[in-house]
Design a protein around this ligand. Structure first.
Ligand code: SAM
Length: 260
């Protein structure tokens, strides 16, 4: 990174990502529903159920960290699950996102939610690059989640290393992200759909073709399930042999790692 060339490229990606999410912040939900036919909601629900997080009887409240938490879908879902399934209304949440506009949407939603009425300080919002997380102390979190965020990182490995650092020993890393479709025919249908329809929908629904073109390309560039598992291991996590779960033929995947 001492070479000017690389720094310029990294700056460019960061700026690009920033602009993309600033411009999609307000149309974000509508677009997600349109692009995925609403399936992203099922994936998120499944992710939350599978984690089954919440304070257990006799235990301590958990400290959640949702990185790239944006509008708060995952964070609210996790707290809701903890309350309904474990009667946990004490665990706290930090939402970290690099983008002020996405955080504002999240804060807006939070202020209108039941969580805020019960306890206005249960969720803390911080503006932070997930590759750095210097506002989050070492060994301080029980659960680190990231949904559809890590593929936007300039340096994914740095993000995974930061996740490892901030988790307590025994803490869980859980990632939901677009991934690679595991069937050749389905993959070609999917690629066709995403490369033609998504930018078009972006143009029609959000009047923003370029941002959605970027999203499609970022999905294409993201590592395969196996390679991503190895990156999680490289950060120091324990990942079982088949440490990922494919959703909808691998259009998305869940990866889990444990800090041992
Ligand atoms: N997790 C939310 C969800 O599932 O609905 C939001 C996902 S949204 C597709 C991606 C989010 O990642 C945006 O809010 C964006 O600002 C954030 N982001 C991108 N790069 C980031 C980085 N380096 N550090 C933290 N957040 C980042």
């Amino acid at each position: 990174t001492h070479f000017g060339f690389k720094t310029v490229l990294q700056d460019e990606k960061e700026k690009l990502v920033h602009n993309v999410f600033s411009s999609v912040a307000s149309s974000y939900d509508v677009m997600n529903d349109a692009m995925s036919f609403g399936i992203h909601r099922l994936w998120k629900d499944h992710f939350i159920k599978r984690l089954d997080a919440g304070m257990r009887p006799g235990g301590q409240p958990l400290q959640f960290l949702d990185v790239a938490g944006g509008t708060g879908d995952i964070a609210f879902g996790l707290l809701d699950h903890a309350a309904k399934n474990h009667k946990d209304t004490k665990s706290t949440m930090t939402i970290a996102d690099i983008n002020t506009d996405m955080l504002k949407e999240g804060q807006n939603r939070y202020s209108k939610s039941k969580f805020a009425l019960e306890n206005p300080s249960r969720i803390q919002f911080i503006e932070q690059n997930g590759e750095i997380l210097d506002k989050v102390p070492d060994n301080s979190k029980d659960i680190y989640t990231i949904a559809f965020g890590i593929r936007n990182f300039t340096n994914i490995q740095a993000g995974l290393n930061a996740a490892f650092r901030v988790l307590k020993p025994g803490g869980i890393f859980a990632c939901l992200e677009f991934s690679k479709v595991n069937n050749t025919i389905l993959n070609s249908i999917y690629k066709n759909y995403s490369f033609t329809m998504i930018p078009l929908m972006g143009q029609l629904i959000a009047n923003d073709r370029d941002s959605y073109q970027y999203l499609v390309e970022s999905i294409e560039k993201f590592p395969s399930q196996e390679n991503f598992s190895n990156m999680i291991r490289k950060a120091g996590f324990y990942v079982p042999d088949k440490g990922f779960e494919n959703l909808t033929f691998g259009v998305a995947a869940i990866h889990i790692g444990v800090k041992v």
